[in-house]
Design a protein around this ligand. Structure first.
Ligand code: ZN
Length: 321
């Protein structure tokens, strides 16, 4: 059984320490998608991070595999290694060139979303005025489909996410987003968005982030409750896990440009008043705890296994080819 964590964050620094990922691996995770850049990061930083992360993975072939396809993940699991893929959080690193999608895919970027909280020239963000997918955005959706990359609508505005799910020829995922019916927050998803994701054949992976679970000390039970909501609304085949744990490391914090304004990207009005420092994650030292929590919502062991990885395996196999 493959356990799939659809999103996690290391410092966006080429020398980031990968040992926190070993903790994830020991907890039972077989594949994790890690962020290599957001809309606020310059392309020079993203390229440096990609080079550094690729070198770190390549230097430790006994521990890590850079996954380019489903077989890589299955082989890594069979040999006791952690499979890693990269993701981009936003389309500004494409520099308004849809052709950049295929280039990032060559470098190991296996999933991306089109906006990060704020509107850009491609898509609308979830903490901004409603904006649909732009004409350039339709080209980017086509490029992501053509590249065989997972289309991710996390951080995207409601209307734009519906446009993307309508335009995409492949299943669309939310790699880390939670149901708004349980917690009213601009980053969370309406039932309409969850239904559209399921209709595309995709998966809503719920996060373990405290503010989106409305829990100061989130637990596996909180995560399972949100996954069960998705499963009850649209079917267990459309629920997944993307804990979105940020492994902060002193001295290797993100190095944003001088004009960077955190309140623009994480508005105080949306509860990010003390930035990442106020965010907590569930202490899931073993994914067996998560399996138990999912089963306590009424799922069978086989259904819990779908949520913990089987569903994302299905979608990635279809999209990556
Ligand atoms: Zn995110």
């Amino acid at each position: 059984m493959i356990h799939w964590d659809a999103h996690a964050c290391l410092p966006l620094h080429p020398q980031a320490d990968f040992s926190p990922l070993d903790q994830l691996h020991r907890s039972g995770v077989n594949y994790v998608s890690i962020n290599v850049g957001m809309d606020m990061n310059p392309v020079s930083q993203i390229m440096s991070v990609l080079a550094g992360f690729r070198a770190t993975i390549r230097a430790q072939p006994q521990r890590y595999v850079l996954a380019n396809c489903m077989q890589d993940i299955e082989d890594a699991a069979a040999s006791g290694k952690l499979a890693i893929g990269f993701d981009l959080e936003g389309s500004m690193p494409l520099l308004e060139q849809p052709e950049m999608v295929a280039l990032y895919k060559c470098l190991g970027v296996m999933q991306m979303h089109l906006a990060y909280n704020r509107n850009n020239s491609v898509a609308g963000g979830c903490h901004d005025l409603e904006q649909g997918l732009t004409p350039l955005g339709y080209q980017v959706v086509a490029a992501i489909n053509a590249a065989g990359m997972l289309m991710d609508c996390s951080h995207t505005g409601r209307r734009c996410s519906l446009d993307i799910m309508d335009a995409s020829s492949q299943p669309v995922i939310f790699s880390h987003a939670n149901p708004m019916a349980l917690v009213e927050h601009g980053r969370n998803l309406t039932d309409e968005q969850i239904r559209a994701c399921a209709a595309s054949g995709g998966v809503v992976c719920v996060s373990g982030v405290s503010i989106f679970l409305d829990s100061a000390n989130p637990s596996a039970h909180d995560v399972a409750t949100h996954a069960a909501y998705v499963a009850n609304l649209v079917g267990v085949k459309h629920a997944g896990i993307g804990l979105d744990i940020s492994f902060l490391q002193n001295g290797l914090d993100d190095q944003p440009p001088d004009e960077f304004n955190p309140d623009y990207w994480w508005p105080k009005s949306a509860g990010y008043d003390r930035g990442l420092l106020r965010i907590a994650y569930p202490p899931i030292e073993s994914w067996e705890v998560l399996s138990d929590a999912l089963q306590s919502t009424g799922m069978t062991p086989a259904e819990a296994a779908l949520v913990m990885g089987g569903n994302m395996m299905r979608v990635a196999a279809q999209v990556w080819g």
